[in-house]
Write a protein that binds this ligand. Structure first.
Ligand code: G4P
Length: 534
């Protein structure tokens, strides 16, 4: 029987993170290089295949194609220098979906990739906001220095201003594009020389120790003076890396490099191992759960349908928060109040040669799901716990839906119920029984339309509705809830689990209602499991 301290050691070895970026900044490339360090792939085949299909980003068929691959590539686990690293994929398409947000609730750190030519882009801003909800520590990689890009200081300023996070440069680039010479590590006082085209992980560049090293004068007579000045300036003026601020999500260590040339990537990986936190304690509504506690616990953060539409089984992605998973484990499903057996849960090894027979806090397992698991569900050894912080966002896009053939209404309801549970879409019922789909990104509609037809055989009519936004309602007492229901009946709906929702036809409509009902809370983000009614 493994002891508690074995468990502690196993947990301490884990690092669980996601890469966040705007499309095209270089997330796939970085993923690929990181996996190479882990020996998980030899050359870039697997990940490149995904990149090939990346271009048609908003096209549903492409998403469909990716779906098959992404079940296995949603989580990639690899070993590096005695650590077990779990890299969680965030969906790559431009259209933003709630899925991405939820993946970020399951990580302990994130690597943010910035395209040095484009700077901070829209999707990065959104993703960082989500990381901020949980103060997730962020490591920044400024990519593409082999190209003509913006100056490093300008980029740092933009990150600090736009993303409101302090930057602590750890490495500093010398030149860019054709004159990119390498990066100087302010931390280790040494220069890593750039050579293009380092396809393989082991081919690291030459290291030159010390900023005053005469070899630098020899190699870079034109650049060395500027570099020395910049290094002096940075050492004097920029904030040094502070592990505490980093762990609190307030400061980000910044690395420069070129993913495609495998340059600067190892620095990021080393930072993940040495600075990023091991699996952290998780807050449940009842108490804080420590990762090395022996009793098992964790939560479902994502549900993904399988490719084969005939087999409607789905994979529930489950983050372990404490204890140990072993095949065949029996756990308590708290929402359903019954025991289930995790017979053949999947562990996700990017390297197929390694098989993992057990998983601990920080690891992700995939549970075959025939509808019994929903996003946010907690499984434990028996203790009543409910993990917090899995967000649902008020939808901003709406479509009403009804079956073309009224005799298919049942199938439509079933499909919507399941897709709603999966988190693919939000299903809202308005007064009068009208069903409205709510989404955060347009692509969610395309996916639902396609899946309702393919998987549930429902031909439906979708119509635009004059809705601007929705807000969950929190009432101070049941009497006010009743009052509100009477007076605002035409704007009142219910979400998939029965929470009251205010449906606003425009912004003023919402503002007016907020003024009229100062004691009612109009909520834009709710946590999973949080019931709004008193
Ligand atoms: P993403 O997953 O964030 O969407 O980005 P991805 O890694 O797919 O990279 C987007 C594009 O940027 C790719 O070019 C990739 O080769 C290129 N890229 C990534 N890192 C670097 C870098 O360090 N330097 C340069 N110069 N380019 C980089 P593509 O032309 O769209 O695809 P491909 O033809 O290279 O496959």
């Amino acid at each position: 029987m493994p002891s508690e301290s074995d468990l502690q050691r196993a947990v301490a070895r884990r690092r669980t993170f996601a890469i966040i970026s705007h499309p095209d900044a270089g997330k796939t490339t970085l993923t690929e290089k990181l996996l190479m360090y882990g020996g998980a792939i030899q050359l870039a085949g697997a990940v490149k295949a995904r990149r090939a299909s990346r271009h048609a980003t908003s096209d549903w068929m492409e998403v469909e194609k990716q779906r098959g691959i992404s079940v296995t590539s949603s989580v990639m686990q690899f070993e590096y220098e005695g650590h077990t690293v779990n890299l969680l994929d965030t969906p790559g398409h431009e259209d933003f979906s709630e899925d991405t947000y939820r993946v970020l609730t399951a990580v302990d750190a994130a690597v943010m990739v910035i395209d040095a030519a484009k700077g901070v882009e829209a999707q990065t801003i959104k993703l960082l906001e989500v990381c901020r909800l949980r103060n997730t520590p962020i490591i920044t990689f400024v990519n593409k220095f082999d190209r003509e890009v913006r100056g490093p200081l300008e980029i740092l300023e933009e990150i600090e201003e736009t993303l409101r996070i302090d930057c602590a440069p750890v490495t500093w680039p010398i030149g860019m594009g054709k004159t990119f010479r390498g990066v100087f590590s302010l931390h280790d006082d040494r220069l890593l020389r750039f050579r293009a085209g380092q396809e393989r992980a082991e081919a690291d560049g030459e290291l030159i120790e010390g900023i005053e090293n005469p070899r630098l004068d020899e190699l870079f007579p034109d650049e060395i003076e500027t570099l020395r000045e910049e290094v002096e300036l940075l050492r004097g003026a920029s904030a040094p890396f502070d592990p505490e601020l980093f762990l609190a999500g307030k400061q980000s260590p910044v690395f420069f490099g070129s993913g495609i040339n495998n340059f600067g990537v190892r620095d990021v990986l080393e930072a993940l191992l040495t600075w990023a936190p091991e699996p952290q304690a998780r807050e449940a509504s009842e108490r804080l759960v420590e990762p090395a506690e022996a009793p098992f616990s964790g939560f479902v953060f994502k549900i993904q349908a399988n490719m084969d539409p005939k087999h409607r089984d789905r994979i529930a992605f489950f983050r372990i928060c404490s204890g140990r998973y072993q095949p065949g484990k029996r756990v308590q499903h708290l929402r359903l109040g019954r025991e289930i057996r995790l017979g053949n849960a999947l562990t996700f090894m990017a390297n197929e040669r390694v098989t993992s027979e057990e998983a601990v806090a920080g690891d992700i397992i995939g549970i075959h799901n025939h509808g019994q698991l929903q996003i946010g569900d907690t499984l434990t050894d028996g203790e009543a716990l409910s993990f917090r912080g899995i967000p649902h966002f008020a939808p901003e896009l709406f479509l009403s839906v009804r079956p073309k053939d009224p005799f298919r209404a049942k199938q439509l309801q079933k499909g919507l119920k399941e897709l709603g549970e999966e988190g693919a879409i939000q299903v809202l019922i308005l007064g009068g029984g009208r069903t409205v789909l709510g989404a955060v990104g347009q692509l969610q509609f395309d996916i639902v339309r396609h899946r309702l037809a393919e998987e549930y055989g429902v031909d439906a009519v979708y119509e635009s509705v004059a809705l601007h936004t929705a807000r969950w309602l929190k009432f101070p007492n049941p009497a006010m809830a009743e009052d509100f229901a009477r007076q605002e009946a035409s704007s009142l709906g219910r979400d998939g689990v029965g929470n009251p929702v205010f449906m606003a036809t425009n912004r003023y409509n919402l503002e007016l209602a907020e003024e009229r009902w100062p004691e009612v809370r109009f909520v834009a983000t709710r946590e999973h499991g949080e019931l709004m009614a008193d």
